[in-house]
Design a binder for this molecule. Structure first.
Ligand code: NAD
Length: 500
């Protein structure tokens, strides 16, 4: 595909591009310019059914392939992605509006590293040691693929989310149908195309592109889908849990990460960490720092330094390497972000930076300025709800216990960070913070070897790392009699007496 136009159809089924059969025409547009990148007929339930069928047909051969064969194919996929890394980065930036430096230095290399990681670990699916846990039997564990996985992904990190869903599933021997967000399907399609070039058999990786309410619902409720794996908002995740009742389920949902700064912290590190953690991907990041709690002695300094650093952030064309922050994904998201800030302002919040859309040449697109808010109560919606925009709320606390309690006081539990130079405080925070990931003196970095997933309303199950194999495999206990006796001692609990 060219980096300037997309000419392929938007369904990838059974190893090739196909047209969707829907009459509804979907448009993929650049958030920054509004220009159309492509439009295509949406997938219908019929297209989803074809994709599930292709995945089912491919399953026995792929599940039966040896780990070395699967690892080899996935390794070739990593190489294919390397070859098109720049096209992936440009396409990601154009469809999602994210700064090109983020696509080039984080999204694309991180995704390729994750593919390479699963090429290596496909050969290391572990079970616990075999042994005689009963004196009369040898027990062993088999890890087996589940079957056809139906996955749904969001728009904020389109390629990374597709990789996080697809790779552990296929490395474990499953086949998959992924529905990316209808707003950002292009890099998921390029990933499937690369899988075909890597000789991953047709039908192992399928992509259907359509709206959640039609194509998404058809996928998660399909009778021949054995497992549903979803990344997206908590609200949609809950509706998917209902639609997928009876299937194996993995949910990666929303977040509202706290950023807890104790009074012994390195202030400069905390300020830089907060601005980067809050504004990454224009704040459209499930782990973004959204609520900073600052111990009273550092509170005023933290606010003024953070406002100063936010003022240095350059908004602009996401394709320009000098741009720090691009637009939000669309106008509705811009209005949603502005709504949170405007309602907080009306209720008495202090807006210390931002709090509006920029004017001038950026006024035509859904940009929103980096925004720093304080003076709001802990139970206000701007503290409690996921905004998904470049907004950082900062509140003071006095005792360590109070800070930890405030940090845990939302329905979410995806990520959190604590900032301190005191090893005891750091250890206490790692124990007390209720989140699937806790950073100490940093916020945001992830790594393929380590798991990502939530507590509480942020979902359950893990992406990345070998922990993801727990989601995508069935664990089978095999128990073999080693006595060779026909009359076993335990039979007397059902009939007769103890054998003499
Ligand atoms: P969303 O929940 O609106 O949509 C996610 C996906 O679900 C899209 O593909 C959409 O088409 C589909 N969908 C929507 N309604 C559906 C339905 N009824 N049935 C089936 N599918 C349906 O989320 P979004 O706006 O695309 O992404 C932002 C959200 O994703 C945020 O809440 C963010 O925190 C979350 N997120 C979480 C993680 C994580 O790892 N926990 C990672 C990235 C994003």
């Amino acid at each position: 595909m060219s980096t300037t136009s997309w000419t392929e159809p938007a369904q990838f089924i059974g190893g090739r591009y196909q047209d969707g059969s829907g009459t509804e025409q979907l448009v993929v547009a650049e958030p920054a310019s509004g220009a159309t990148l492509t439009s295509f007929p949406a997938a219908t339930a019929e297209d989803v059914d074809r994709a599930v069928h292709a995945a089912r047909l491919a399953f026995p051969q792929w599940a039966g392939a040896g780990p070395a064969e699967r690892a080899g194919a996935i390794g070739r996929l990593a190489t294919e992605l390397h070859h098109v890394a720049e096209e992936l980065a440009v396409t990601e930036t154009r469809q999602a509006g994210k700064p090109i430096k983020l696509s080039r230095e984080f999204d694309v290399p991180g995704s390729i590293d994750n593919v390479a990681f699963f090429a290596a670990t496909a050969r290391h699916l572990e079970g616990k040691a075999a042994g005689e846990y009963s004196p009369d039997h040898t027990s062993s564990i088999r890890r087996e693929p589940i079957g056809v996985v139906g996955s749904i992904a969001p728009w904020n990190y389109p390629l990374q989310m597709a990789v996080w869903k697809i790779l552990p599933a296929i490395a474990a021997g499953n086949t998959i149908v992924l529905k990316p967000s209808e707003l950002t399907p292009l890099t998921s399609l390029m990933l499937a195309e690369a899988a075909t070039r890597a000789d991953i058999p047709a039908g192992v990786v399928n992509i259907v592109t359509g709206p959640g309410l039609t194509a998404g619902q058809a996928l998660v409720s399909h009778d021949d889908v054995d497992m549903v794996s979803f990344t997206g908002s908590t609200q949609v995740g809950l509706s998917i849990a209902r639609a997928a009742a009876g299937k194996r389920l993995h949910l990666e949902l929303g977040g509202k990460a706290p950023f807890l700064v104790f009074d012994d912290a390195d202030l400069e590190a905390a300020v830089h960490g907060a601005v980067a953690g809050a504004l990454i991907n224009t704040g459209q990041d499930c782990t973004a720092a959204t609520r900073a709690y600052i111990q009273r002695p550092l509170f005023e300094q933290f606010l003024s330094h953070t406002a100063d650093l936010m003022a240095s952030v350059r908004l602009g064309d996401p394709l320009d390497p000098g741009t720090d922050q691009g637009p939000l994904i669309h106008a509705a998201q811009q209005q949603r972000v502005a709504g949170f800030v405007d309602r907080a302002r009306a209720a008495g919040a202090k807006i210390l930076h931002g709090g509006s859309a920029p004017g001038g040449h950026l006024a035509h697109a859904p940009y929103y300025r980096p925004t720093l808010v304080t003076g709001v109560p802990q139970d206000s919606e701007i503290v409690q709800s996921e905004i998904f925009g470049p907004v950082l709320v900062v509140l003071p606390f006095d005792t360590d216990e109070e800070g930890l309690a405030l940090a845990n006081d939302t329905p979410y539990g995806l990520a959190a960070s604590a900032w301190t130079t005191d090893v005891y405080r750091a250890q206490l925070a790692t124990r007390e913070l209720q989140a699937g990931c806790v950073w100490i003196n940093d916020h945001v970095p992830i790594i393929s070897e380590m798991p990502h997933g939530g507590y509480k309303a942020s979902g359950y199950g893990k992406d990345m790392s070998t922990y993801a194999f727990d989601e995508y495999t069935n664990v089978k206990h095999v128990m073999s009699d080693i006595t060779g006796t026909a009359r076993k001692d335990w039979h007397r609990t059902v009939f007769g007496d103890r054998p003499s």
